[in-house]
Design a protein around this ligand. Sequence first.
Ligand SMILES: Cc1cn([C@H]2C[C@H](O)[C@@H](COP(=O)(O)OP(=O)(O)OP(=O)(O)O)O2)c(=O)[nH]c1=O
Length: 201
Amino acid sequence: MKKQRIILASTSPRRRELIATLGLPFEVRPSHTPEDTPEDYTPQQIVEELAYRKAKTVYDSYDSELAGTIVVGSDTIVVLDGEVLGKPKDEQDAYRMLSSLQGRTHEVYTGVTSISGEDGRVITQHRRTKVKMKQLSPDAIHAYIRTGEPSDKAGAYAIQGLGATFVDSIEGCYFNVVGLPLSLLSEQLSELGLNVLSIDE
Ligand SMILES: Cc1cn([C@H]2C[C@H](O)[C@@H](COP(=O)(O)OP(=O)(O)OP(=O)(O)O)O2)c(=O)[nH]c1=O
């Protein structure tokens, strides 16, 4: 069987760590794409469109042979009462996001696109995870922002970091919250001919 590998179209260190856990050969190519979408897009349309855009940009610009590779892109947003929360613009924005999320349940959407280098076949899907956050005092929110953790995270928190202490419970895939739902990704890879548990060395 032909050797297969993944090209992860991402600048995110979390996604790199997560994909590494699959134990497959992979390389990372940053995908710098515009993240604007039409006003009337639903959360699932947003994350699916952006995941596709990231993967397609890297796929189109790849300068070597793509046969035997699968290009993967993904995008994560937090949604509270229909409002989409991306990454905070600054500390004030992070404070606004965290004070609206505390004591409530929100949804995290991640879109994932896999493109086969073999035949250009594209699979785009998303997962949704519900996250219930504890009540937080303004002091706790300020202290958390001072750690710097919120700055590059959708919704201004990281469930895999200190933000874990704010999370009461989740319903759905944990890895979806961190930015790459591994079970969904493994299904896509398998659909495109790359079986995570039976890779040829
Ligand atoms: C809610 C949450 C988000 N995040 C992160 C995952 C994503 O990296 C980030 C959302 O931004 P994205 O735009 O999805 O990704 P990115 O810009 O970091 O990386 P890429 O190059 O792949 O586009 O928020 C966490 O790390 N932990 C969390 O608990």
